[in-house]
Write a protein that binds this ligand. Structure first.
Ligand code: CA
Length: 240
């Protein structure tokens, strides 16, 4: 079955280019020219990925993303942004986006990202942990429902947050380099910013750590990456 992609882009020539290239790559596509239309189409269901422009007439891409994330953490959202400022990228990620491409982007790069997103989804659903509800300390993550129990109670996670937790759980008590997380969760070796992983980890710490600056579970291994200790080790993180 063909994967269905919702393209949300108000600039017609970009939307047309995306549409054509994604169709040629074997995907089924639907185009929305503004945020409201995008939400209406999305609510009808059946999409596997959303390509979401940030600067849109009416509701902007960040608002569209927030609205979708209130209902579902599942569908991957790839932001398309003309802005090349770090705070906009961070805002996009905080709004619940999973990844972004800065315009003007190379179509080949876009196709690689899209393929990587779907390849990672396959890994995620095939990857086996003994139970879908993974328990550590007082908390748990349910990898099937994308729900978690954290410091503030039950919370919905985004797909990327779930993927990172799953990857960390699969490599519990091991030092995991950032590159490994990027490769496993985003699916390509060269990514513009390792800070993306750090941003996601900061979010996960807010969910699972009572004191995010003194983590018990997700430790920073300085200059390398992270180490997840499900038993909860306060103050024993290895800072290299
Ligand atoms: Ca735009």
């Amino acid at each position: 079955m063909k994967r269905r992609i919702l393209i949300v882009e108000d600039e017609e020539h970009i939307a047309d280019g995306l549409n054509l290239n994604l169709e040629m790559a074997g995907y089924e596509t639907v185009v929305a020219g503004d945020g409201q239309t995008a939400l209406e189409l999305w609510s009808q269901g059946g999409f596997d990925l959303i390509l979401l422009d940030i600067m849109l007439p009416g509701k902007d891409g960040l608002e569209v993303c927030r609205t979708i994330r209130k209902e579902s953490g599942r569908i991957p959202i790839l932001f398309l942004t003309a802005r090349d400022r770090d705070d906009d990228r961070v805002a996009g990620l905080l709004a619940g986006g999973d990844d972004y491409l800065t315009k003007p982007f190379n179509l080949q790069e876009l196709l690689l990202r899209v393929a990587a997103i779907f390849r990672r989804q396959t890994w995620y659903s095939a990857s086996e942990l003994p139970e879908t509800r993974y328990q550590f300390g007082d908390y748990w993550v349910d990898f099937a429902s994308y729900q978690a129990l954290g410091v503030t109670g039950e919370i919905g996670l985004s797909q990327k947050e779930c993927m990172i937790m799953k990857f960390l759980a699969e490599h519990a008590n091991e030092v995991v380099p950032r590159d490994m997380i990027l490769d496993a969760v985003w699916g390509y070796n060269v990514y513009p910013s390792n800070r993306t992983v750090d941003n996601f980890v900061a979010r996960l710490r807010k969910i699972f750590e009572t004191d995010p600056s003194h983590p018990k579970y997700i430790h920073t291994i300085r200059g390398v990456g992270y180490k997840f200790t499900p038993s909860g080790e306060s103050g024993t993180s290895i800072e290299l």
